[in-house]
Ligand binder design. Structure first.
Ligand code: KG4
Ligand code: ZN
Length: 340
């Protein structure tokens, strides 16, 4: 089964082709980061308009890369939520129109399910069940993944998402937006023990997290220590976030008895986090899997993959409504057969 995937939930427009037999055939991403940079965050209306401009060229480029025409495919998958309503609608309407025109089934995919299953794009892929740490600009969740559509939410953040905490702190110390990657690059030049940031909520049992206090700690240190301490602040902040995540993941492994850990979402591109989680997995006699960085950040390969798995299992939703779900929690999903 060959499926076109379309992603437009936030500030990346993407198109990809995934084949259940041959794997990923094409994958194209356009990032709007430069467009939103001047505003210090994503401007929803600008995002929607830019998706309109980029969607068709990206779909064409993905089809050309895979040397396929639309009518040779078996379905079209698109991100139906969660995300920005207007941005999601562009992808949903575009995908439904393409599918209708080519006589193909279309399927709305949950973006978080895309992130959670993105490691299946890699070889070796993790076998079910596994524990997934989903850390992105909008989400921080620890999920027991029992199979496709079988997600048990074990813990999450009470306030800022991990990527949001990285981005806000980066902005406060003058690194632009979104500054997560820039902050982690700067951290490489700093001393992670120069400042002692809190490890929020690690002194209490449970898997809940809170990252909003860390940016306040960072700005306080920055005001006191000044510009020259930026790299040390970045390194110390990153160490606090990574330590906190690792402590919570260790608890989740103990609680569930799971041995395989998967890191997904944009912050999963962070090298220190990857190394610490790999070390943790080794300590508990398990394994750590992470998709390559381009499949951690928003992409359509993960959407095409989920669409292909669900369409292949017989799931259909062919009413022409292109409804989107700006809020769509992961643990409300069903396995394909039940959701059809
Ligand atoms: O998954 P993603 O592309 O978009 C969302 O669905 O949110 O994640 C983007 C987030 C941003 O907050 C970005 O700053 C963060 O991932 N990020 C990083 C790194 N690379 C991207 N955070 C920390 N370290 C990185 N290397
Ligand atoms: Zn995402």
């Amino acid at each position: 089964m060959q499926v076109l995937g379309i992603e437009s939930s936030c500030d990346e427009t993407a198109a990809a082709l995934y084949c259940t037999e041959g794997g990923l055939l094409a994958h194209q991403v356009y990032s709007q980061v430069a467009l939103h940079d001047a505003y210090g965050g994503v401007v929803p209306e600008l995002a929607s308009r830019d998706h309109v401009r980029k969607l068709t060229p990206l779909v064409r480029a993905a089809l050309a890369q895979a040397d396929r025409t639309l009518t040779e495919l078996d379905g079209v998958a698109y991100t139906a939520g969660p995300g920005l309503a207007g941005a999601l609608l562009v992808g949903a309407v575009g995908a439904r129109a393409l599918a209708f025109g080519a006589g193909l089934p279309a399927i709305g995919v949950n973006h978080l399910e895309g992130h959670v299953l993105a490691p299946l794009l890699e070889d070796p892929a993790p076998a079910f069940p596994f524990l997934c740490l989903l850390v992105s600009g909008g989400h921080t969740e620890i999920v027991a993944v029992h199979g496709v559509g079988r997600y048990e939410l074990l813990g999450g953040t009470l306030d800022d998402a991990t990527g949001e905490a990285f981005d806000k702190t980066a902005k406060l110390i003058g690194l632009g937006y979104p500054g997560g990657a820039a902050l982690s690059a700067l951290a490489r030049e700093g001393d992670s023990e120069a400042f002692r940031f809190p490890r929020p909520m690690t002194d209490r049992p449970g898997l809940q997290m809170s990252f909003s206090g860390l940016k306040t700690a960072a700005i306080t240190q920055y005001r006191e220590a000044g510009e020259s301490a930026r790299a040390d602040i970045a390194a110390s902040f990153q160490a606090a976030v990574v330590d906190t995540l690792v402590i919570k993941v260790r608890r989740a492994l103990e609680q569930t008895g799971l041995k395989r850990v998967v890191v997904a979402g944009g912050v999963g591109a962070n090298r220190v986090l990857r190394a610490e989680l790999a070390a943790l997995a080794e300590r508990v006699g398990g394994e750590c899997y992470y998709p390559r960085a381009e499949f951690c950040t928003d992409n359509a390969a993960m959407i095409a993959l989920v669409g292909a798995l669900r369409l292949d299992a017989g799931e259909r939703n062919d009413d022409l409504g292109a409804g989107v779900r700006p809020r769509w929690p992961l643990d409300t999903l069903q396995p394909p057969a039940a959701a059809g």
